[in-house]
Design a protein around this ligand. Sequence first.
Ligand SMILES: [Zn+2]
Length: 250
Amino acid sequence: MNEQKISIHAIPALKDNYIWIIETQAGAIIIDPGDAKPVKKYLTENQLKCIGILITHHHLDHIGGVDDLYMYDPKIQIYGPDNLNLKSPVKNPSKKIEIAGITFNIIAVPGHTLDHIAYYDGQHLFIGDTLFSAGCGRVFEGTHAQMLESLDTISKLPDETIVYCAHEYTLNNLRFAKIVEPDNLDIDQHIYWANNQSITLPSTLAKEKRINPFLRLNQPTIHKNIQKNCSNLSSRLAVFSTLRNLKDEF
Ligand SMILES: [Zn+2]
């Protein structure tokens, strides 16, 4: 756990991305700057200096602004997976990094991409495109088994963990969640709440465990509603796969 006072804000970018910014006494840390323009604007308006960039995976909407920000200030420390297609120097963290007095554990969460990592400081989880509120990322490079394992790893973190996802997909995800689990009142309440917010993130693991079907694979109602499509309801992987395939077509 980190003792210093930090604040975390979302910078909306591109179509529906959030670039998260951690403001510390030593400077700002930017997570997944897919576009440099709104980040520079935010830094200028708030008189902040970017000292670090954390990258979760190689997709362009997460790295598109990195080189531009680095050109602007080559003292910025950049951390991320290997083999990013960037001109800037990126350090590939293994287990832990320390930046601005904050220690982040690096958690491997393959599935959406094979290189996907998450950053966790004991309280805040920057999860990129692995977990969304009421949903999870599409499985582009890994296997469903890898993605399930990654979600299981995240689920074991404390319930009060604050989850910073990289896209505003919540309402669409909730509509799907409602179909597979129509009697879940937490989902109804969350739809009502989300409809009245301009931004629905961050979330918490506790909340996600109540509304996110991908973290609720043992729910009998979900089983009942997907049984036509699922070959083996006693296998968590088969349930996950069925949900993921149904969501892909949703
Ligand atoms: Zn992605």
